[in-house]
Design a protein around this ligand. Structure first.
Ligand code: CLF
Ligand code: SF4
Length: 493
């Protein structure tokens, strides 16, 4: 199925990327697109144009395109019980965590440096710590500067929503197409358990009154964005015993108000983070609990299931973080934007993406047509391009695909510690990997050694590298066929 030319199939290293770009430049693929884009049936063409290169708004795009965040707006107007803006750890990957705060000028330098080095870059996001709508001047200055230097980069804002209604018109004027609002409740009684205070209209509010104002402003902001055709994603933090059941209601409310996506994320809570929830022992949900809730929400507002809960200074494809390569001390004082790598990469992706879409739709068609009631949960080691192209020992996460009568869908991911450290594997890490794979039927990777393979098998986790470098859906459909006694597709590579 795939092209014999260099393709994203071998997306494994900088060298490979350089080869890939060189091949495209040499004209090996004269056509810029050999296949149709993967527009979902329930998305109109105008919306697809907005989301097709956005790794968060399109699951399919996240195999190819990268985001970067700049932390330019540190002031915040509310307190969430899961946040401690003082906490800073370079190795911690979760929202709100950042190694350095930037001025708009520094942010521009950093975005140009990343755009020159990371051809996958398509989106610039401002996602804390702090609130981009409350710390508005810095947000606006950053977006304006970047847009004037790199006009085709998408601008993306994440906000708690309290100050959002004051800036919707300016967001529309600046062509910001994507806004995320974190909405954890539509019932202020529940909100009072999540937000101890807010600062609004030059005053501090607490308790029920604070939650009521926040709720009203969030709903107003969402309605205003919808009225202006700006796509909205709603992030909700799932807090067991506080709002987990209630998120069904939240999903209904935001769907009614035109939200494009609903992203339910697990609470991350640890005493060392110094958050209220961390210090009071509030637990986060287990992966299985999160998936059960997401399954319940299916059929409501469209769900995002591939969120990686990025750092506020994350750089790269979702699931990877190259932020430490682009700290200010590593960026030259003056950088000029060079569009060539990004342009060339887009040409290669357009070709590869068409190939992937064809393979994927054949695989999904086969699974659907089988009419089996079987369900298979498959964990995949991948580093992008929609392929099984990561070695087991190098994986820091596994994407989880579910194959069933409704097709093959990405339903989440499991974060793990990297097993292989400089040539040997860590025993204790393997135990954690096995625990993280709870409920998974089969694990797919590009390569695995005999030792970890035997130990995984002993622990009841089936694992194979037989489908290394295949498209994920093609391999999953073949496994599904083998598992449930169906006729498999011809293998594609
Ligand atoms: Fe960043 Fe957020 Fe824009 Fe994406 S992240 S501001 S919408 S560009 Fe994406 Fe990261 Fe999840 Fe956010 S995976 S935490 S949803
Ligand atoms: Fe922290 Fe963001 Fe909540 Fe402000 S809105 S307290 S920065 S999580």
């Amino acid at each position: 199925m795939s092209s014999p030319m260099i393709s994203l199939k071998s997306l494994t290293s900088t060298t490979t990327m350089n080869q890939l770009l060189a091949t495209a430049k040499s004209g090996a693929c004269a056509s810029s697109s050999c296949g149709s884009p993967a527009k979902p049936e329930d998305v109109d063409s105008a919306t697809w144009e907005k989301i097709k290169d956005h790794p968060c708004y399109s699951e399919e795009a996240h195999h190819y395109f990268a985001r970067m965040h700049v932390a330019v707006a540190p002031a915040c107007n509310i307190q969430c019980n899961y946040c401690n803006r003082k906490y800073d750890c370079a190795n911690e990957s979760r929202p709100g965590v950042v190694s350095e705060r930037l001025t708009p000028d520094q942010a521009l330098r950093k975005v140009i440096a990343v755009a020159n080095e990371v051809p996958q870059l398509s989106v610039l996001g401002i996602a804390g710590p702090g609130d981009g709508c409350y710390d508005w001047k810095k947000t606006k200055a950053t977006f304006e500067r970047v847009a004037s230097e790199i006009p085709d980069i998408k601008l993306c804002l994440s906000t708690n929503g309290l100050a959002l209604p004051d800036h919707v018109d300016e967001l529309a004027d600046m062509n910001v197409d994507h806004v995320t609002i974190t909405i954890n409740m539509v019932d202020p009684e529940i909100g009072a358990k999540i937000y101890p205070w807010i600062f609004h209209d030059h005053r501090r509010f607490t308790g029920l009154e604070a939650a009521k104002i926040l709720h009203e402003r969030q709903m107003l902001g969402l309605e205003m964005l919808t009225a202006r055709g700006i796509l909205t994603k709603i992030n909700s933090v799932m807090i067991p015993g506080v709002n987990d059941e209630h998120l069904v209601e939240v999903n209904k409310w935001v769907k009614e108000r035109g939200a494009f996506l609903h992203n339910v994320m697990p609470l991350i809570s640890d005493p060392v983070h110094g958050t209220y929830y961390g210090l009071t022992g509030q637990r986060g949900p287990r992966a299985v609990e999160l998936k059960t809730l997401q399954d319940r929400l299916d059929g409501g507002a469209r769900l995002m299931r591939h969120c990686r809960q990025c750092r506020a200074d994350a750089v790269g494809l979702l699931g990877e973080d190259r932020g430490q390569e682009f700290t200010l001390d590593r960026i030259p004082g003056e950088v000029r934007y060079d569009a060539s790598k990004r342009e060339t990469y887009r040409e290669v992706v357009a070709r590869e993406r068409g190939d992937h879409v064809t393979a994927k739709s054949e695989a999904i068609g086969m699974v659907k047509a089988a009419g089996s009631s079987g369900l298979l949960l498959v964990a995949v080691a991948t580093k992008g391009g929609g392929r099984i192209n990561e070695h087991f020992g190098h994986a820091k996460e596994f994407q989880v695909y579910e194959a069933s009568a409704i097709g093959i869908n990405l339903v989440g991911h499991r974060k793990v510690e990297q097993y292989c450290r400089g040539g040997w594997g860590e025993e204790s890490t393997l135990d954690d990997v096995i625990a993280a794979l709870e409920g998974i039927d089969i694990l797919l990777c590009a390569k695995i050694g005999d030792c970890p393979k035997d130990q995984l098998t002993e622990a009841g986790v089936r694992v194979t590298d037989d489908y290394g470098y295949d498209y994920i859906e093609t391999a999953v459909s073949a496994l599904y066929a083998a598992e449930f006694g169906l006729e498999p597709l011809a293998a594609t590579a």
